[in-house]
Design a binder for this molecule. Structure first.
Ligand code: GDP
Ligand code: MN
Ligand code: MN
Length: 274
């Protein structure tokens, strides 16, 4: 086969190179309640149209004042019981219960659905990257926060960007955590391949790529988890802009969520046994 020919179709290769760039936004200060995240970003980075601005939930939450002193929380009997069983802090458990609309798993850790439909451990509440005996909750409505920041960026710069707010989550079945999108604006949550063809002309029936989580994962490579102080990443070169708000359809409807069903059945029978 001649170089430059596709192995499969014996046709000329598309020889354009694909390329995505990711930039950290430099010199972001420690964020406090009332800080203007959009302004802080725009002052430090020259945004282009169709950039994707990826922001860690921790700084959005801090700016929104979603910080709680552990010593201010009075745990209920239920929180005390769960904490004892899980060897955790009853005040944190209480906060997780308060932030959740459904508990999927109580032990050995609290797996919950937050008010916005995100399923995660401990309602995404985190004691890291905050000073003292304080904890950071997730933003109250991350989709709304993403929309607001996107609109503020437009007001400041006249640039049309997408915004993704992320958290770091563990996954079922695999060790290690990755970035996930918990709030989006100006981008669709998935890229639907269904109806398109594979290399051999077969029609794809299932593939629906979770692009916002992939972008969150890539950005998380630059965020890190520790004291890097790099909570904002700009992704350039991915043409993902869409007039779309919110994660919405990324959460399975209940009737299709087989894993959740299985967890519910397993924990119900575990309760019966104890
Ligand atoms: P999460 O993934 O939303 O839970 O956020 P992390 O706590 O993992 O932090 C991700 C990144 O944001 C790390 O680089 C942190 O150092 C950084 N970070 C967190 N809070 C702040 C802040 O107030 N200012 C700055 N500059 N960086 C922060
Ligand atoms: Mn977190
Ligand atoms: Mn993180």
């Amino acid at each position: 086969m001649r170089p430059g020919m596709s192995k499969i179709f014996n046709q000329p290769l598309q020889l354009h190179l694909m390329n995505i760039s990711l930039f950290t936004v430099p010199d972001i200060p420690l964020i406090h309640e009332g800080d203007d995240i959009a302004m802080i970003i725009c002052e430090r980075f020259d945004l282009h149209d169709r950039d994707i601005v990826v922001i860690v939930s921790t700084i959005v939450a801090k700016a929104e004042g979603r910080i709680v002193e552990l010593s201010d929380i009075v745990p209920s009997d239920r929180a005390l019981a769960i904490a004892e069983r899980n060897d955790g802090d009853p005040r944190l458990v209480q906060m997780v219960l308060d932030e959740s609309r459904e508990i999927l798993l109580e032990s050995p850790f609290l797996l919950v659905e937050t008010e916005n439909g995100n399923v995660c451990v401990n309602a995404g509440i985190d004691g890291s990257n905050i000073d003292g005996d304080r904890i950071v909750l997730l933003p109250e409505d991350p989709d709304r926060s993403a929309k607001r920041i996107r609109e503020e960026i437009f007001a400041l710069t006249a640039r049309t960007v997408s915004v993704i707010i992320t958290d770091t989550n563990g996954r079922a079945f695999r060790d290690g955590q990755t970035g996930v999108a918990i709030g989006i604006s100006g981008i669709a949550p998935t890229r639907d391949w269904r109806g398109r063809c594979d290399l051999f002309g077969k029609v794809l029936e299932v593939a629906n790529e979770a692009v916002v989580d992939e972008i969150a994962g890539a950005a998380n490579l630059l965020f890190g988890e520790g004291g890097d102080g790099t909570p904002v990443v700009v992704v350039r070169g991915l043409d993902c802009y869409a007039e779309h708000e919110g994660l919405g359809s990324i959460h399975f409807p209940r009737s299709e969520d087989v894993i959740r069903d299985a967890i519910a059945r397993a924990s119900a029978s575990a309760y019966k046994m104890t």
